[in-house]
Ligand binder design. Structure first.
Ligand code: GDP
Length: 420
């Protein structure tokens, strides 16, 4: 059944590359932390009268404890981030919902998101949202309420609303993928703010186009700006609403070829982020609305396509899955590189610095030990000489006493003789 298929695909999902790497690097930092803490304890415990470690060194060792625990806390928050861009109503929210297999983000007329919306996983069963500059957890009971919460206030177009959704309900959230939906690039964006606040740490960008029209200048310039600031960003292009073309089958192939060529040219010739071969694997023709509907049906135990579906549904559905697979491969590789490469080089440099310092201390301890041995040897020599002296002295004394005794004896004898 489709559900089983979905379950097995979780097990060998390419996202596991990131999940496993995160676990491994975390385990390594647990070890480094133990090592650092033990070293500091050893340094602190050594008697102060033995001046091997000075105050500065001791402070340095204490700073490593903080550094390592800092890295561990960043590491625990590391995730894979994908950001969606495109004009309003091209279907960005629908694409995210389709990937999450649930209507989480409000979509459709009147529900235009006028700020950035981030969806991330959270432990437990409660969904909630947090607005920028606030710690208050607002309950999200249903999608209508969420939509109202997002539309009620005039939120700054660059601000961020974070939606926390139960991890267990979606494999992508469980595996630490974070989704960012943007306001349409047609709403006169403050590009610098957008890029600084929401794009610099994104691992993958998805440009959602409307397949019924051509790529606009606003959409292009946004990505020109992004690729100026980031070297070779990973960009996927979704020609969405491809179901609409099904009513005009006579033009479908030529329209598709035209879109495909333009998108590939955009990535290869304009942005210069891909080779032609790579770019061809980055452009897809999909219908987010159909995919979402199909998945909601499947989750309810019904077949994916009941009711009146446009011609070619199955192909578009497969193409969406193909996109997801390539997206997962790309995002997990990119996130491992961008996030963990830094941690591992910092971990290495901490270990190297500590080793150098410990080597220095060991050497100094050796020098001090040799000095003490030298002193001890001198002392022993001196004692030997003294002993020698003493022996000579004793011998001489003995002789003298002997002589004296003899002398006294003689004197006594003599006196006695005289008396008699
Ligand atoms: P956003 O503003 O880019 O986030 O676009 P939304 O996801 O809110 O979609 C705008 C409207 O287009 C909604 O009414 C969606 O149901 C509809 N829509 C989204 N994707 C598709 C699609 O693939 N095919 C069709 N026919 N309609 C779509």
């Amino acid at each position: 059944s489709p559900r089983n298929l979905h379950n097995t695909s979780i097990e060998n999902s390419p996202l596991q590359v990131f999940v496993r790497a995160k676990k491994r690097i975390n385990d390594i930092f647990v070890e480094i932390e133990e090592y650092v803490v033990e070293t500091v304890r050893f340094i602190d415990d050594h008697p102060a009268e033995v001046k091997i470690v000075d105050v500065e060194e001791s402070q340095q060792f204490h700073s490593y404890v903080q550094k390592v625990s800092g890295i561990r806390s960043v590491l625990s928050r590391d995730h894979m981030k994908v950001a969606f861009f495109g004009r309003t109503s091209n279907g960005k929210s629908s694409v995210i919902n389709a990937m999450l297999r649930e209507k989480i983000l409000p979509s459709g007329i009147g529900h235009t998101t006028n700020c950035f919306c981030q969806v991330e996983g959270v432990d437990g069963k409660e969904a909630y949202l947090i607005k920028e500059d606030s710690d208050e957890k607002l309950n999200v009971i249903n999608i209508r309420q969420l939509a109202n919460a997002l539309c009620q206030e005039k939120l700054n177009e660059s601000s961020l609303v974070r939606i926390f959704w139960p991890r267990e309900q979606c494999s992508l959230l469980r595996d630490d993928v974070v989704f960012v939906d943007s306001p349409g690039v047609d709403v006169s964006p403050n590009l610098d703010d957008w890029i600084d606040n929401h794009c610099l740490n994104a691992d993958v960008f998805v440009l959602v186009l409307n397949a019924e029209s051509t790529m606009t200048l606003a959409e292009k310039s946004f990505f020109h700006e992004v690729s100026k600031r980031l070297s070779k960003p990973n960009i996927f292009v979704l020609n969405n609403r491809w179901d609409a073309s099904a009513c005009e089958p006579e033009f479908q192939d030529s329209v598709k070829a035209q879109h495909q060529e333009r998108c590939v040219d955009f990535l290869v010739k304009e942005l210069k982020v891909n080779t032609v071969k790579e770019a061809e694997e980055r452009v897809f023709f999909v219908s987010a609305r159909e995919t979402l509907q199909a998945r909601i049906q499947e989750a309810a135990g019904q077949p994916a396509h009941t009711g009146a579906l446009a011609e070619g549904f199955q192909n578009r559905y497969f193409e969406f899955q193909d996109f997801e697979r390539k997206f997962e491969e790309c995002i997990s590789k990119s996130a491992v590189k961008t996030k963990f490469e830094q941690h591992s080089s910092r971990g290495k440099s901490i270990a190297r610095d500590m080793r150098l310092m410990l080597d220095g201390i060991y050497e100094r301890a050796g020098v001090i030990r040799n000095q003490k041995m030298e002193q001890k040897k001198l002392l022993i020599d001196r004692i030997a000489i003294t002993e020698q002296h003493l022996m000579t002295l004793t011998r001489e004394m003995k002789l003298k006493i002997h002589n004296m005794v003899e002398e006294v004896e003689q004197k006594v004898c003599k006196t006695l003789n005289e008396e008699i």
